[in-house]
Ligand binder design. Structure first.
Ligand code: PHE
Ligand code: NA
Length: 509
């Protein structure tokens, strides 16, 4: 049995583990696609505003809630929230903070397992000499379990089991194991990302030729970075930006609170939360935007990128493009790419596993091994149907509520609890206890009014997304007395982890 006072080994370990939690597949696969689909430079301003007005306040809130809970020996949101508010309702609300992780991890680990098998395929030269279509088909056949890969039709399920097993094993070794993985994985990830980003930034139109007539990497970079103000009034862009901020910072899920509950009681959380949040933003904005988009534009042109922007590009297009750099550097690039995705993925899936284990520890006194194994079983039960029956999309409805709506709902409720029920003065004191920096006082006001208000806006806009996401049509229809034609299941899924699912259900076809 572990001691009640288990904590992170060092400040570096804490920051790397938290940064590893945040930096994930979302930074490299989701962010570029969201940016392109929402107008490139038009996306960036709402994205940064959401980071400042929702992302940072939620980081402050979740780190504070977590460390507060850990002080009284609680490591899961049901117990922590219960200890902060009088109503017994908070305990049930806290269940969100376990459940959502399990729901998301079921997909997430599957994608992580693709990155793993793609490392292997890069190493053994599977993609060498393949045409663009062949590389793309390879992926589709893989996810359709049609036996093309090593002749084993259920290979994807086996690889999934293996990767899940690795996660279970690491989780069973406790915080120490998580810290070790983050200490190795995060620097490597940044190194690999830098190698690829350097290519992305410097290839320009070097590859323009008969084979790649419209090749120009700069166009990709300019498209992402030239601010456009025209779509600032488009709710769709704002929702996508808010969703990306939620997903990429891992807020509204319960995993930050759980990690934070293992912080020593006098350890700074103000600076550390910012350090890990900004690390995530660096990796997302600087590295995440410098790889897939410019490299794809550098060969296939910006028009191709805009027409094909999707989660699948990473697996269906990149291995083909890397080959153009010659056998040796092509392989290095492939290893960098899938290696960085794997590290990004695993440090995040570990984070999604801990809230369940924390709860089992709080509730039944279960140790790490039992906790990790039981997590694995649940993840497996939820994940296998996704793999085996993904083409039927039955997971959709469930996922929509569990993995998407609940994120925003939970963030809103915990914010209300923290700043209104627990109280802003106490909350501010909690956040600043042991702080190594002075947070601008404006944040007290932002956290109390601006963040909850924005969360309410996001939630309502997401729930009442009009049919076909046609906001101006719906608004004028409303004014004209035709009522609001909303699409019950649309935008909320686009707001958060839509792409994970999209990847499985649509892009792969
Ligand atoms: N933030 C991670 C990413 O960008 C995803 C994640 C969400 C991880 C919630 C943990 C908890 O991919
Ligand atoms: Na992220």
């Amino acid at each position: 049995m572990e001691s009640k006072n288990e904590s992170w080994g060092s400040r570096t370990g804490l920051i790397l583990a938290m940064a590893g939690n945040a930096v994930g597949l979302g930074n490299f696969l989701r962010f570029p696609v969201q940016a392109v689909q929402n107008g490139g430079g038009a996306f960036i301003i709402p994205y940064l505003v959401c980071f400042v007005l929702m992302g940072i306040p939620l980081l402050f809130t979740e780190w504070s809630i977590g460390r507060f809970g850990g002080r009284t020996g609680n490591h899961s949101t049901p117990y922590i929230l219960d200890s902060m508010g009088k109503s017994s309702l908070w305990k049930y609300i806290g269940v969100f903070g376990i459940f959502t992780n399990i729901a998301v991890v079921a997909y997430y680990t599957y994608i992580e397992s693709w990155t793993f098998i793609y490392v292997i395929h890069t190493l053994i030269g599977t993609f060498t000499g393949m045409s663009k279509e062949e590389v793309s088909n390879f992926f589709m056949q893989y996810v359709q379990l049609d036996g093309a890969d090593f002749g084993i039709s259920y290979l994807p399920a086996l690889v999934y089991l293996l990767v899940l097993g690795v996660n279970i094993y690491i989780l069973s070794t406790g915080l120490g194991g998580i810290e070790k993985v983050a200490k190795v994985g995060m620097p490597l990830l940044i190194l690999f990302g830098a190698v690829l980003a350097f290519k992305g930034w410097t290839m320009g139109d070097d590859y323009a030729s008969d084979a790649f007539p419209s090749a120009n990497a700069w166009e990709g970079i300019n498209f992402l970075w030239t601010p456009q103000y025209s779509s600032l009034l488009d709710p769709k862009v704002w929702l996508a930006a808010a969703g990306q901020i939620f997903f990429t910072l891992s807020v509204g899920m319960g995993s930050i609170q759980c990690y934070a509950s293992y912080i020593k009681k006098n350890e700074d959380i103000a600076l550390n939360s910012l350090a890990s949040g900004f690390t995530n933003e660096f990796v997302e904005i600087v590295l995440g935007s410098a790889i897939v988009i410019p490299i794809a534009a550098g060969f296939l042109g910006l028009d191709w990128v805009i027409a094909n922007a999707g989660f699948g590009m990473a697996f269906q297009t990149m291995p083909y493009l890397f080959q153009q750099w010659g056998e040796v550097f092509g392989m290095i690039a492939g290893l960098c790419w899938f290696g960085l995705l794997f590290f990004a993925g695993i440090t995040s899936s570990l984070a999604m596993g801990t809230p369940w284990m924390g709860f089992m520890q709080d509730e039944f006194g279960w140790g790490k091994v039992k906790g990790a194994l039981s997590f694995g079983i649940i993840a497996l039960i939820m994940g296998l149907p996704t793999i085996l029956f993904y083409q039927y999309g039955y997971f959709d409805e469930y996922d929509y509520w569990a993995g998407t709506v609940s994120l925003v709902v939970f963030a809103l409720l915990e914010t209300i609890l923290f700043v209104w029920v627990f109280g802003m003065n106490k909350a501010w004191e909690e956040l600043n206890h042991g702080a190594d920096i002075k947070i601008p006082l404006a944040y007290k006001w932002i956290m109390k009014y601006v963040t909850p208000l924005l969360l309410i806006l996001v939630l309502s806009a997401a729930l009442f997304t009009p049919e076909a996401n046609d906001w101006s049509g719906a608004l004028s229809g409303l004014v004209a007395g035709e009522g609001w034609d909303f699409d019950s299941g649309s935008l909320v899924s686009k707001v958060t982890q839509d792409d994970l699912k999209q990847l499985l259900l649509e892009d792969a076809q």
